[in-house]
Design a protein around this ligand. Structure first.
Ligand code: HEM
Length: 205
């Protein structure tokens, strides 16, 4: 049965993060696109800060406590899949949950060091750390996309579409509320954070 397992802040946040990381990556090398790069990176950083809070106060499926489990749970989950007896899940898989944390951490790290690199350009090491974090993020995104494809095939459902519509095969008890107000708060917070940052960096905004 299809039920809503992803609320709006998770879904809007996900696609906002994916789009801003893609834009930041495309504009990383050219000086002429520096402002766009900074806005995209700052949007990604602000989104992650919101997501960290939402991981404690958000819907059941969004809470870190719901999907962060140890290696034993990951092995049990993999065995259930291999034996073809995996139950429909109501949140991330164990491995997917840790990948999500890695993606959020690298995105926040890249955004923070990016701001510091721009603000304190006398410290060259900052730029190198920024680049290393961005490369690590790209590598993990490649793993993430491969994981989404494998799990879509194993679970015989279109997981990218679930991240758009919120709906996936799950038990009725897994249903969560949409939380449109929280999603609006996320968008307003990202806009405000970018504006404040541009002012701090003396950039037009
Ligand atoms: C810059 C690129 C991307 C980044 C940084 C990223 C990051 C993330 C993060 C952090 C999560 C966890 C969501 C949460 O709990 O809030 C997630 C989940 C997910 N992402 Fe991405 N993502 C990216 C691109 C994509 C793309 C292009 C697709 C579709 C092809 C995709 C499909 C998914 C799906 C389906 C999930 C949920 C997985 C599950 O069912 O557990 N992501 N992603």
């Amino acid at each position: 049965m299809k039920v809503r397992i992803w609320d709006l802040p998770v879904r809007i946040g996900h696609w906002l993060l994916a789009a801003s990381v893609a834009i930041a990556w495309l504009t990383a090398e050219q000086e002429a696109w520096r402002l766009v790069h900074i806005v995209a990176g700052a949007t990604a950083g602000a989104m992650v800060l919101f997501r960290l809070l939402w991981g404690f106060v958000g819907s059941r499926s969004a809470r870190f406590g719901a999907f962060l489990r140890g290696p034993a749970a990951a092995i049990a989950e993999a065995r259930a899949h291999l034996a073809g007896r995996a139950e429909p899940r109501a949140t991330h898989t164990v491995v997917g949950g840790w990948a999500a944390i890695g993606l959020l951490a690298l995105a926040l790290g890249a955004a923070t060091t990016g701001v510091l690199t721009y603000r304190f350009d006398e410290f060259e090491a900052l730029a190198e750390i920024h680049e290393a974090l961005a490369e690590g993020l790209l590598a993990l995104i490649a793993v993430h996309l491969a994981g989404v494809l494998v799990m879509s095939l194993l679970e015989r459902q279109n997981l990218p579409r679930s991240m758009l519509t919120g709906r996936a095969n799950a038990a009725p008890a897994a249903e969560v509320r949409a939380h449109p107000l929280a999603a609006l708060t996320l968008l307003a917070w990202c806009a405000a954070a970018v504006w404040l940052l541009l002012r701090w960096l003396n950039l037009p905004g």
